[in-house]
Design a protein around this ligand. Structure first.
Ligand SMILES: O=CN(O)C[C@@H](CC1CCCC1)C(=O)N1NCCC[C@H]1C(=O)Nc1ccccn1
Ligand code: NI
Length: 183
């Protein structure tokens, strides 16, 4: 199983690379990697397992964070209504998005960044994502709220972008104009 030690930290060049498209159909190796990523995210949210293996909790993980520069992400998160959104995806792509922005009122963190970085991270409020699932089916997802933020954070990792790249340097803690806060 993956542990927090397998997650590379800011400064590692892989986090700044544009990750490669994954060949379809998925090789066993790529399938295995994506299953381990989802296992990490789920384990990290389990009180016993995360305590036992000292796992830093995460609601998403991108392959570059385990030093694999491939376009694969795992997301496992309950939204504001308590609905579970669990996805193991390859080659995700934002094909459209709202003009309207949103942001987490808590700011964002990252399993690849040890220190807390203050500031709001402007995101698109609504996005449409096309991706292939681990079982090979083409998906088209219309997302908003926290889940949309997680997808944008993970897809950024595939393009070598870190959350703090989006923080307004002049006024990091001024809420982004005309943006919807997500508590
Ligand atoms: O690329 C993937 N990562 O770096 C793991 C990140 C991804 C999230 C950061 C903001 C949006 C996606 C992650 O999950 N975290 N970041 C560091 C420690 C805490 C944890 C977190 O933010 N948890 C959370 C947030 C809101 C509601 C519930 N839980
Ligand atoms: Ni991250």
């Amino acid at each position: 199983m993956l542990t927090t030690d397998d997650i590379i930290k800011d400064g590692h060049p892989t986090l700044r690379k544009v990750a490669s498209e994954v060949k379809l159909p998925l090789s066993n190796e790529d399938k295995e990697t994506l299953e381990k990523m989802m296992e990490y995210v789920q384990n990290s949210q389990d009180p016993e397992v995360s305590a036992k293996y000292k796992l830093r909790p995460g609601i998403g993980l991108a392959a570059p964070q385990i030093n694999i520069s491939k376009r694969m992400i795992a997301i496992h998160v309950h939204d504001e209504k308590g609905t579970l959104h669990s996805y193991s995806l390859v080659n995700p792509k934002i094909i459209s998005h709202s003009v309207e922005k949103s942001y987490l009122t808590t700011g964002e963190g990252c399993l690849s960044v040890d220190e807390n970085i203050e500031g709001f991270v402007p995101r698109y409020a609504r996005i449409t994502v096309k991706a292939t699932s681990i079982t090979g089916e083409e998906l088209k997802l219309r997302l908003k709220g926290l889940v949309a933020v997680v997808f944008q954070h993970e897809i950024d990792h595939l393009n070598g972008i870190m959350f703090y790249d989006h923080i307004n340097k002049q006024n990091p803690s001024t809420p982004p104009e005309d943006a919807t806060p997500i508590e």
